[in-house]
Design a protein around this ligand. Sequence first.
Ligand code: T5A
Length: 228
Amino acid sequence: MNQQAPRRPSGRGKFITFEGGEGSGKSTQIKKLAGRLAKARQRAIVTREPGGSPGAEIMRHLVLSGMGKLLGPEAETLLFAAARDDHVRTVIQPALNQGTWVLCDRFSDSTRAYQGRLGQVEPGVLNAMQRVTIGDLKPDLTIILDIPVDVGMQRAAARRGSGVPDRFESEDLQFHQGLRDAYRQIAADDPRRCVLIDANAEADTVADRVWVAVRERVLAAKSPAATA
Ligand code: T5A
């Protein structure tokens, strides 16, 4: 284990988001990446959406319980936006300003895929909310984990055990196939920011793929020494 202290931060931290359908392995991979960055002595925090700050965690409970669905897609989108606003202001932006990297399990692409593509909330409405909640903040890299829908649903069910499926896990296969298509489209539309990774493999194999993307697209651009 590397006992050296993290490097002294220089400049703004890097912002890396993980996206994908249910059970695609985001939480697993974000932890593995955090471990690799720690070995590279890169200071990083792991956070998630919806949630990640005390205020946003309250909103998380509300939306995942299905309460937001009763209000309709626009209102549900507002709940996600309110959670993101708190999370960005109190956790993400302060960390980035201190030079700490932020690894975030879901971010604004989730709103584009779930509420935009599937909830059919208009792009103009999404853009307006995005301007208010995140302004110019944009991930330096977005890792999109791509997996066949049945594999993702099986993984999510296995992890849940006897627990009740949440608001989005309860949607039908057509919804989840549409979600996969939406994420593939997001990756195709913004190839400079997004990388689509085949996540239908052993967790360590997927972690190697993620690490290649981070090394090539973020670490190499920042400091050659950090890629060791
Ligand atoms: N949402 C969120 C919106 O609609 N709009 C928004 O703007 C935002 C921000 C959040 C929900 O909110 C929605 C999207 C979501 O539906 P959540 O509880 O945070 O819900 O859940 P998800 O983000 O969907 O994540 P999951 O917990 O379903 O899955 P992960 O994190 O992708 O997967 P993970 O790592 O927990 O793995 C699932 C299981 O598979 C195993 C793990 O051990 C675990 O048991 N696994 C593997 N097994 C075999 N091979 C591998 N490679 C594996 N990787 C993991």
